[in-house]
Design a protein around this ligand. Structure first.
Ligand SMILES: [Zn+2]
Length: 264
């Protein structure tokens, strides 16, 4: 058996031998969508793969070849948005799970790094539970970062955003050569059609602090594609992101490993 944690580097006979050991397999799923003028459109994909690869290498798990395309329905107005439909992503995700099961694997955790993917990936995972009997785990690094990084910022509400914190700092720590800081512009949302937008698909409702939901394309309310404070990005903050997000993921995977071992 070669010393690799990447299933794509194995031959079929080696995959057969590996599957017989019933390892935990990580499946990275990303997206190709805008994150402001300073960040690359394949950001969600390279981060999903980076996180999955490192978790596998450091903790004795295996990583399947990544699915780099996802569902980005809300960013169609920005060039470079290479989005699958929800139905296609759901089918592709299910069929990859099915193929992994057919190859002999039964313990699969999806490292999914895009909000638009969550619905289709959840649907595919529940179908897999029902039809294939496997229990699919799910890790969402960007989302975990929002939850785990709040105390790092004076005002997380102002710092956080699409293309801003904490993803901007995380990118500076993981892929500094792919961040074009000189192109970063202050983001923000603009009123459109009488609405006062408060987030991707939410708008203010007079008299209430609770927003209402409307489904415009993000490009209709955000000319730069960016929200939050782009001036706060720095690699040191990104190192905290890596430590906390990977720390949580490693603990989650230990729990998944323990609770699924001997299931089949
Ligand atoms: Zn994204």
């Amino acid at each position: 058996m070669p010393s690799t944690h990447r299933i794509g580097e194995l031959s079929w006979t080696q995959v057969k031998a590996l599957a017989a050991q019933d390892p935990v397999v990580l499946l990275p799923i990303g997206a190709i969508e805008q994150h402001g003028p300073h960040l690359p459109v394949h950001e969600d994909s390279i981060v999903a793969e980076w996180v999955a690869d490192r978790l596998a290498r450091e903790n004795g798990y295996y990583v399947a070849p990544a699915l780099n395309y996802g569902h980005s329905g809300t960013f169609r107005g920005y060039p470079g948005n290479l989005s699958l439909s929800q139905a296609t992503l759901r089918n592709v995700t299910y069929e990859i799970i099915e193929a992994l099961v057919q190859s002999g694997f039964s313990r699969i955790v999806i490292v999914d790094n895009n909000g638009g993917n969550v619905g289709p990936v959840t649907g595919a995972s529940l179908d897999a539970r029902r039809d294939l009997g496997v229990l699919i785990g799910h890790l969402y690094p960007w989302q975990l970062g929002y939850a785990l990084m709040r105390d790092v910022y004076e005002d997380p509400g102002a710092a956080y955003g699409h293309g801003a914190e904490p993803e901007h700092s995380a990118m500076l720590a993981m892929f500094p050569e792919q961040v074009q800081r000189e192109l970063a512009v202050a983001g923000g949302l603009e009123s459109a059609g009488g609405w006062t937008p408060t987030s991707y698909t939410e708008a203010a409702v007079p008299g209430f602090t609770v927003p209402g939901t409307v489904f415009w394309d993000f490009s209709e309310v955000s000319p730069t594609g960016c929200t939050g404070d782009v001036s706060l990005g720095n690699a040191a903050t990104g190192e905290i992101w890596i430590e906390r997000v990977l720390g949580f993921c490693a603990a989650y995977l230990r729990e998944y490993d323990k609770n699924t071992s001997g299931e089949r």
